[in-house]
Every structure is written in C-alpha cells, then in structure tokens.
Design a binder for this molecule. Structure first.
Ligand SMILES: Cc1cc2nc3c(=O)[nH]c(=O)nc-3n(C[C@H](O)[C@H](O)[C@H](O)COP(=O)(O)OP(=O)(O)OC[C@H]3O[C@@H](n4cnc5c(N)ncnc54)[C@H](O)[C@@H]3O)c2cc1C
Length: 347
C-alpha cells in the first residue's frame, strides 16, 4: 500500500479543507471517515442557514457540505469511507500506522486528527421516558424544518444549538417556548439578542421534571417543569420537543500510550495555534483542537487546517516556503483555471 504524506482522520469541514490545502502544497492525502458520507457534523443541521463562513453570505448546511466536499476533492485525495480509526502508532522506519476498527492498516508520514465532536452523542434529559418518544416528537436536532410548521415547539437548552434552533424556527412554528435552567444563555450575543426581541416565550431558572405521554404512550403530550426559584410546577402542552443540552464527547480512538497527547477535559487535544500537538508528526485541527484563542467554528477549522499543512510541508521539506502561494498564483491551478475560464466563457 502506498505511503501517503498525510492521513487525515475525519472528513468534516476541518479534514476536507486540510485535504484541499495539502493539494495546494503538492502533498498526498488519505482521508479516513467513519461515516458513509463526508461533511462531518454539518449533517446534523442540513436545513440550518449558515451565515458566518467567509465568502459565503448564507448557505444551508446541506449546500455548504456540497461545496466543502467539492473543494476537498480538488486534488483527488484517497477517500476511505465507513471505516473508524481505532488506533495509530509510530513505526520504526518513521511515520505512522493507522488502524481501523475492521483491521485495515494505512501508512503515512504525518497524521492530522480532525475528528471534531468525536462520537457525536447528544445528551438526553436525565429522566425516565419511553424510548418511542425519540421516534415521534422528541428530537435532538432539526433535520427538516417543515416538520415544525405551525406547531407548538418546546426547546430545552441554553447554549448555541438551542438558541439557534429557536431563532431558526421562529418563522415556521406556531409558538416557540425555550426552557433554560439558568439565568443567562451560553450562546452568541447576537443570537441571544435576536431571541430576546422575538415572540418566543423564554423560561429561565426552569427545569424539566417529567415528560407526560399522550393517551397511546408513544408521544410527549406535555412537560411538567419546575421554576427553581419558587419551586412551583407548571404544565406546558406541546406538539414537538427539541432537547439541546449538549453533547457527550469522548476521544473515540486510542493511541499508542507512547504518544503522549495533552488532553483537556479528557477530550480536546491541547496544541498550538499552528495545530501542533505534543506528539511530533501528529497535528490536530478543527473542533478537537484546543489552544488559547481557538475559534471553534468552521472558519477556525479552516485556519487550523492551513496551519497544520504548512507545518507538515516544512517538516517534510525544510526548504519549502512557509506558506502556500495564494491560489491565484499557485501552479497547481493552471490547468483548472483554464478549464474554469473556458466554461465561464462558453456560458
Ligand atoms: C447545531 C450546530 C450548529 C452549528 N452552526 C454553526 C454555524 O452556523 N457556523 C459555524 O461556523 N459552525 C457551526 N457549528 C460548528 C461546526 O459544525 C463545527 O465547528 C465544525 O463542524 C467542526 O468541524 P470538524 O471537521 O472539526 O469536526 P466535525 O464536523 O465534527 O467532523 C469530524 C468528522 O470526523 C469523523 N470522525 C470522528 N471520529 C472518527 C474516527 N475515529 N475515525 C474516522 N472518522 C472519525 C466524524 O464522523 C466527522 O465526520 C455548529 C454546530 C452545531 C452542532
């Protein structure tokens, strides 16, 4: 099997942009992605409108996935889908061996970890309830906005995801009720302000105590909630319940114990702003990486990816330039520029 310059573990925004940027720097790449599709956790919000990716004023999650995948495939990286990396280790000859759950082995000179949210498990309400609810009207994400049209929607949570969905569904749902156990929201200020000024009904210092089923027992009909300041209980009838109270992250691969990463909260890989980890030759990018000043957004993932690839290029070829040439001057685009121009000209 061919030894690649880089194995990228994870095919989300960070991994895809790293594959593209590595191509700009004449480096060979293999992406290994545990899911059957590329795009990472953006698949979690295909119908959400994304406004904060540079150069794209607004796009649905699904549209952004298409664009990211197209760009990520520009230099034809090897893509291995449906294989979960379980471990990797250094090999004597230098470089690394990556092993997947089904026993495949892949070799590369360097590794980029782009595993994002790891095993992406939404946290459940700490209540006992019929598992059937999650097949009917208890959701942990919004895959189809139209499902919530003209419905009374109750959202539980106080972070970005809960506030984002509340804002997104304002124009669609009949009513939005947002329930949060604390006083202040841990979401971006503008989104919180937008929500506060909207028709959504907000309940702070409020805990969900019980999910009350309908007569057939397979749907949530109402919730019992407790005002923590007054200790009073209230019932709230609903059509749909969305629970966004966080995610259970876990580092979902094991590495050779000789490779000592610094982990934060047992999960994030502490590194530098240049995406270096404590292990030489292994870089981390995107949501999994932590450093002072880290931007845990798609825009931040792109910057990490470019930094990691530039570090790798210099480590493999110390005479190489520190950064890639800007794309308009990069020789790797000469033919592609011609093709694109002639297509535009024909149109
Ligand atoms: C509801 C929601 C809304 C958001 N809205 C925005 C927004 O508007 N703007 C914005 O900039 N950001 C937004 N974000 C954050 C954004 O999605 C992340 O910052 C971004 O996806 C991080 O990209 P990533 O590649 O680091 O990780 P991910 O997108 O999590 O991708 C990681 C990939 O690695 C794969 N993987 C994991 N472990 C393994 C393994 N062991 N082997 C192989 N593959 C593996 C996963 O399957 C996944 O495909 C939002 C997030 C959520 C949850």
């Amino acid at each position: 099997m061919k030894v690649k310059d880089i194995t990228i573990i994870g095919g989300g925004p960070a991994g895809l942009y790293a594959a593209f940027y590595a191509g700009m720097r004449d480096l060979s790449v293999r992406i290994i992605e545990t899911k059957k599709t590329l795009g990472g956790k953006v698949h979690f919000y295909p119908e959400k409108m994304i406004w904060d990716v540079g150069g794209i004023p607004a796009a649905l999650g699904a549209e952004l996935i298409d664009q990211m995948v197209e760009q990520g495939m520009t230099f034809n990286p090897e893509v291995i889908l449906g294989q979960k990396v379980t471990t990797f280790t250094q090999v004597e000859q230098g470089g690394f061996k990556v092993i997947t759950a089904d026993g495949h082995q892949y070799f590369s000179k360097r590794i980029i970890i782009a595993t994002g949210g790891g095993l992406f498990n939404p946290k459940r309400l700490p209540l006992t309830y019929n598992a059937r609810f999650e097949e009917t009207n208890l959701h942990h994400s919004v895959y189809r906005r139209s499902h919530f049209r003209n419905k009374k929607v109750v959202i539980v949570g106080g972070g970005n995801t809960a506030v984002d969905w509340a804002n997104e569904l304002l124009g669609i749902a009949k009513e939005i009720h947002l329930i949060h156990r604390n006083e202040s929201f841990k979401a971006y200020e503008a989104a919180t302000r937008q929500l506060a000024a909207s028709r959504a009904k907000i309940y702070t210092h409020t805990l969900v105590k019980e999910l009350i089923p309908n007569i057939t027992g397979d749907r949530v009909r109402a919730i019992k909630m407790r005002k923590s300041k007054s200790n009073q209980d209230e019932h709230l009838e609903l059509d749909e319940l969305i629970v966004n109270i966080g995610f259970d992250n876990e580092l979902n691969f094991h590495h050779d114990p000789k490779l000592r990463f610094n982990l934060k909260e047992d999960y994030y890989i502490e590194g530098t702003a240049k995406a270096e980890t404590a292990v030489e030759g292994v870089y981390a990018i995107g949501d999994i990486l932590d450093f002072d000043g880290k931007v845990r957004l798609i825009a931040g993932a792109y910057s990490d990816a470019a930094n990691a690839v530039n570090q790798i290029k210099r480590s493999l070829d110390p005479k190489a330039a520190e950064k890639a040439q800007v794309s308009s001057h990069n020789h790797r685009f000469n033919q592609k520029n011609e093709e694109k121009r002639s297509r535009l000209f024909e149109e």
